[in-house]
Design a protein around this ligand. Structure first.
Ligand code: PEP
Length: 257
């Protein structure tokens, strides 16, 4: 896992306007050091309306923080009222875009086929997808979590080529752990993240499997990240609630130290 640079990505969800966004990014930039950025990549995923302000700040101050969006359209342009295209996000300097976050799947009816189209749309515009997968509570209780998560992975990667797959980021986010305060145990998270990596080797090869970063997400905090990062197949975290607290997000980015 030494070849994979850990990634800590803050999913702000529908929080913080563009002024609040600038304040939070400035606090992160003030605290994080070059040593921190050498050790891990730190990303924020603000609402669309914040992205231009974040871009201006990051470019103007030459910050090492990277950023991205929480969703994108499957279309590249046209009569799709309310949607935001991958090319618009690329123009705003986005590195990453979430695809298939469980809240999109739950509240916006995104199915595996649509998530696959979003992954493909991201690649068309040179954005790196952070593909979110993970089971809900009934599936976990029935012991189907590995099969369910791997099948979401298979579907989302349909038609994704080897060279594209090399750069993808996978976030394993058990739905029962998102925003609930109930974090998966490091062993439970490792079980699924390990299975995801093994599946990448089957779908592609060892180069892809060994290079892809697999994140854990679900109630990550500064106080619980160390045990998660000690797992061999976990390369960082997708952080919701705690990413709005600059001190805690910095602590997470420092592996809890
Ligand atoms: C998320 O929404 O991606 C997430 C992991 O949220 P939280 O950290 O709040 O559980």
């Amino acid at each position: 896992s030494t070849a994979r640079k850990p990634l800590f990505a803050g999913n702000w969800k529908m929080n913080l306007n563009h002024l609040e966004a600038i304040a939070l990014v400035q606090k992160l930039a003030f605290t994080l050091t070059d040593k921190d950025f050498d050790r891990a990549e730190v990303a924020v995923l603000p609402p669309f309306t914040d992205l231009r302000s974040v871009q201006t700040l990051v470019d103007g101050d030459k910050l090492r923080i990277v950023y991205g969006a929480q969703d994108l359209s499957v279309h590249d342009a046209g009569a799709y009222t309310g949607e935001v295209s991958g090319s618009m996000l690329a123009k705003l300097g986005c590195t990453y875009v979430l695809a298939g976050h469980s809240e999109r799947r739950q509240y916006h009816g995104e199915d595996d086929q649509l998530v696959n189209a979003k992954v493909q749309a991201a690649y068309r515009h040179s954005l790196t997808p952070i593909l979110c997968v993970g089971e809900g509570l009934p599936v976990r209780q029935a012991g189907g979590h590995v099969a369910y998560t791997v099948s979401q992975l298979d579907a989302a990667l349909n038609g994704v080529k080897h060279d594209q797959a090399k750069s993808i980021v996978i976030a394993y986010e058990p739905v029962w752990a998102i925003g609930t305060g109930e974090v998966a145990t490091p062993d439970d998270a490792q079980e699924v993240c390990g299975a995801v990596r093994a599946r990448l080797a089957e779908l592609y090869d060892e180069e892809v499997a060994g290079g892809v970063r697999i994140l854990y997400g679900g109630s990550v905090k500064g106080a619980n990240i160390a045990g998660i990062m000690a797992q061999p197949d976990i390369d960082g975290a997708l952080v919701g609630g705690a990413s709005l607290d600059p001190a805690d997000f910095v602590k997470i980015s420092r592996f809890g130290e």
